[in-house]
Design a protein around this ligand. Sequence first.
Ligand code: RIB
Ligand code: CA
Length: 337
Amino acid sequence: MEFQERSIAEDYEHIVQNRRPLIIDCDTGTDDAIMLIAAAGCGVFDIRAVTSAVGNVSQENTSKNNLDIAEYLGWDVPVARGAYKTMYAGKRTLSTVHGATGLGDVTIPGAKRMQFEEERAPEVIYRIAKEEEGNLELLVTGPMTNIAIALLLYPDLKDLIKRITFMGGAMEGGNVVPHAEFNIWFDPVAANIVFTSGIPLLMIGLDVTERASLIDDDRKKFMSFNTRAGDLAANLLAFMLKREDNGLESAYMHDGLALAACADPLCVTTKKAHIRVEVLNDALSGKTYVELDPKDESKVNAQVAVDLYFHRFRVWLHEAVARIRNDVQVAAKYDLR
Ligand code: RIB
Ligand code: CA
């Protein structure tokens, strides 16, 4: 077959024409929000829906954040509300790392035109999984409650999901507690249902996300785009950097890296693994146990990211945010002047 020399524009068009169907389930907090901006711009996915989990803040707040961000970006994506409680019966407190609303000190206009889907997250996930006939992927960047509910409601869903890429867990250590990462810790029961579902998994854990930290130069880069999307990403990052100055969590792009790894596999290197989560021993609940390259191949239930190509990721994120250049059309379309 003669190689067709394609221009960059033709390459990008080819990508857009071959977008992969994806649903994003997130507990929109600050790094989820930057991930959503990049997801809207990257052009790799046909994003069928954004669904909200309880985690960083309440489901009411994560849902509102998802809807407001979508309208603010002029992003016509269905937004559905998820569970307001997790499956875990133990004591868990909402984090304060993302501020009261989840978007730190950043405020954007409340959505006026877009509305939530009538269906709740589990129904949306199942309906679209059937429509996409096994090609649907999920990107999960919060606790896995909605996915687990969907799996318990619909026995055939596990055969309809091509892969779940999730930000969560760690091979070693934790963040919210020494032994566990927040997303898994917040609902270990749900994580266990997903980990044992048989759906192919790509785990993006703290081992790589805590090496995906942005700095003020990245905030300036986002500002340099002179776009609504770039300014929003810059303001969210500014909050995260202020938080870091106060000795709190750094500006880790936990969820942005999960998106990038889902879109561009060369952003990380992975190994086959068996992963499981501690549920019964409350003192360690939420801890993830990762056995890399198990001798017994039949135990493999995930690919786990063991390294990242930070600069590839950083450029990918910048470009994805920069791509939402159609602000004028957006403003005109939604009269967002
Ligand atoms: O542990 C990091 C994860 O917890 C990220 O997804 C962050 O948004 C919070 O949900
Ligand atoms: Ca998150």
